[in-house]
Design a binder for this molecule. Sequence first.
Ligand SMILES: *Cc1c(COP(=O)(O)O)cnc(C)c1O
Length: 435
Amino acid sequence: MSDYQNASAAQWQQWDEQHIWHPYSSALQRPDIFPVVSAQGVRLQLADGRTLVDGMSSWWSAIHGYNHPVLNKAATDQLANMSHVMFGGLTHQPAASLGKRLVDITPAPLRRVFISDSGSVAVEVAIKMALQYWISKGKKAKSRLLALRSGYHGDTFATMAVCDPVTGMHHLFSEVLPQHLFAPSPNVAFNETATDADMAPIKTLLEQHHDELAAVIVEPIVQGAGGMRFYSPHYLRLLRGLCDEFGVLLIHDEIATGFGRTGELFACDHAGISPDIMCVGKALTGGYLSLAATLCTEEIAVGICEGEAGVFMHGPTFMGNPLACSVANASIDLLLSDDWRRNIARLQRGLQAGLASARELPGVKEVRCLGGIGVIEMEHPVSMASIQKRFVDAGIWIRPFGKLIYTMPPYIISDEDLAYLCRQMVAVVEQESAR
Ligand SMILES: *Cc1c(COP(=O)(O)O)cnc(C)c1O
């Protein structure tokens, strides 16, 4: 091994500090960044010997926890066989099986699968599918998108342009981002029925702009990184109807919500509807490898390919990566072999019971839970610099943003660990509100 690989802990941590970008970080002011040396089940082991109960599932992805023997075996078996081959002109069982599996577990109209390497790329692909579909149909003017405020769809340029225009990066990149349309964030609670008044703003936009609209893009039921907001399946059902009425495609970004997190396998299942195009990612490989997929209906696929180009114009180098597909197949097997619905209901009860007392604390605006997601919304943004360290000192891994302190733990978390996670979250919130 080279000196690089043999580096002492102090040495590599210094290299990290000197050279490595972390998500949304400054090169000038180093935030607290905690070195991890291993992870097992729901526990992260820090370099200083402390262990943390993980409340983040590594951003919605590690649903089965860390170092899972079944997923490890899928990876090592595939590694011994072939870790990667190009997907142009070649194919293999891991990708074919994954495609078939995804078609079988998503709503019936979704029949064609494009496998890519990250969530943002899956959304880029979805947008390109919608645009290419209308180009093929001779309706080039249908080139804009309609998104929701408080939405989040990724960090690449096409996806940034459909993120929330205020909390997203529109201002910074206003010169280069395409200008899309935005409807208000749905203001209909999960258990409520949407009224005509609730649908009026988005209906008006569709009425006025359908000639230039290729698609509506939404995160179904849960708006994640844009605000951790939950909304009604009925809104989603009515939106499906409006898209049909005005001849606009519907894209569901299920990258955060897919694979059981909200209590249904996919969030659109709460509404009993299907989008024309759906994106999945994050939990797809149980948090092991970067992989995502974009599914579309036969109508979209055929429409695209009947056009001038004759093919769908996309093909990433690592498309259909066999290693990632094998782990994804094992992860989905693992999820479906369990009584996942009952388990997510258990998480929801545990989160509701464990976080309820935060409601009484000063500075707390709202506590809400859905499936395996628990959110404490504060009145004011928290100070990351101080609160991050306090979560670690409390023995849990929680990474808030803005006013939102939230958790979506691995599905395998025990009742005891879940109670501990919630108790410590509430304790840190109590310290925060006492500041
Ligand atoms: C995380 C996320 C993305 C982007 O996925 P990456 O893998 O980070 O590129 C897109 N949409 C939603 C809803 C997400 O939560």
